[in-house]
Design a protein around this ligand. Sequence first.
Ligand code: ADP
Ligand code: MG
Length: 597
Amino acid sequence: MGKGTSEDGTRGDSSDGESKRSSDDDRDIHVQAGEPTDVDTTERDDVDSVADSTATGSGATDSEAADTDTTPTPDSAAERSKSAPQSGGSPPETKGSEDRSPATDELGEVDGFSGDVDLEDLDLDPDADDSVEADGASRGLFDDLLEGEPIFENKEVLRPSYTPHKLPHREEQINNMATILVTALRGETPSNILIYGKTGTGKTASAKFVSEELETTSQKYEVPCEVQYINCEVTDTQYRVLAQLANKFIDKNERYIEDRLEELGDLRDRAAEDPADLGDTDFDSVAAVENEIMTLESDLEAFDPVPMTGWPTDRVYSTFFDAVDYHERVVVIMLDEIDKLVEKSGDDTLYNLSRMNSELDNSRVSIMGISNDLKFTDFLDPRVKSSLGEEEIVFPPYDATQLRDILQHRAEIAFKSATLSDDVIPLCAAFAAQEHGDARRALDLLRTAGELAERDRTETVEEAHVRKAQEKIELDRVVEVVRTLPTQSKLVLYATILLEKNGVHNINTGEVFNIYKRLCQEIEADVLTQRRVTDLISELDMLGIVNAIVVSKGRYGRTKEINLSVPLDETEAVLLSDSRVGEVEDAQPFVQARFDN
Ligand code: ADP
Ligand code: MG
């Protein structure tokens, strides 16, 4: 099979995670509006941040555990149960006893539960007695937390996993996609489509929306047309992409055969009684029906799912190929984050997929690639490039007004009425518009602002919550970027921090280099040349961690003036949490010594 055979797909380490993800992906497409979104519907889209991708790479389900801010950690829950009765027994939102969850009753009754939180001791407050009466039992650990959702009506709606059924300001792109894909409903092959746009411009949401519509319509008209979604940030090698596709189609074929067997079984029984029932079918005898049943049953037996690792790539490819070609249909393969696949594993997958049609007998394949990187086709084989880019659709960034509309729609479902003060949405929109018009950022801001308000136990979300949310998200981003820097960059950054801590501003490269050298010696790391360090500083600049400007020193040439653009203490803490950098013990004296010189 030509180009593709080089890869052996020996990444066995996370095969479990991968197979779990595969089934998640499948379900993900079918999330409906208003459907309660649980663990399954948490998404890969979120995987924009390195944080998420590492979390998912571990093979654990991405259950957004990190997001459950309101989930009590043992500590906070204990604290809460201590403080609640003290603060007057029943909080204002206490509900009647019929609202209490059975679980809380049980908790209240557990003997000896009071280990370090003695609930009886805490009932000293006279007001607390009222609540005990009203509730018919003392309040359990979780009462407050259970009731504490005064702001959100349905927070899931603000998560990236939610596929909205209205996508304002994407009508044009959605129409373009539909116009191209409608061919599939006529049983012909749609042109391949390449979708471009920065993160958060609604590419994934629009593509999923269109694919759901396409599948629904194809069922309505009984046209065999299927869409397969693959997130290439998660499924990032040719082996994995082909294996996942093969297994999905094998699944579909099995369901197809089972349905068909049921029909044929029926037909056989009816025809056995009255052969006239064969009249308008392709069969001229009961025996012919039975023959077909046997063929299908043996086909069913013969399907051999691809293991997540270990087969030669050409075997994976041919299994996939046969599965697709098993019966007549048009298949649209959506490769989201296709740039990540090419970056990681080259364009073999795309090459193989894009030339399939000439060899398929029964089915037709059309590819829809989605890329965040506008220039990714530069790295493609020209044949792949021209085949993939038959049609191109660009998703421009949203402006602040458009982001407002988007937030408005979602907020109506997500928040209880009258919980958002007037400036909240415009401010979220404005912040996100600065962030290259990223709708994901806008929604994150709105959700985080709501969570902060909830934590403050206020009844409305205010402008201040949005500002705090902006800081929190920005800090989370910085922490993540810094945490995942290579050790050498961390040392360069740490050198800069040490200088700033000692009151040096407009630091020059030489100063950074000297401290960096000392740090390297301290932890026995290789010392890079000053030129390499200068490059690392430029990279830190591009990541927005430092601000480095070139200044002219007249006849002494030019130098860089470097200033930290991130919060010093938090960044230092992240750096020191690195096992390697953390080895630097008491860097202060030698930095100081340098100034004393
Ligand atoms: P991309 O794939 O371009 O990075 P997404 O499609 O994942 O962006 O969109 C990011 C978030 O913003 C998602 O939660 C999505 O539902 C939401 N979103 C994007 N565009 C719109 C829109 N026009 N209307 C409503 N929500 C949108
Ligand atoms: Mg996306």
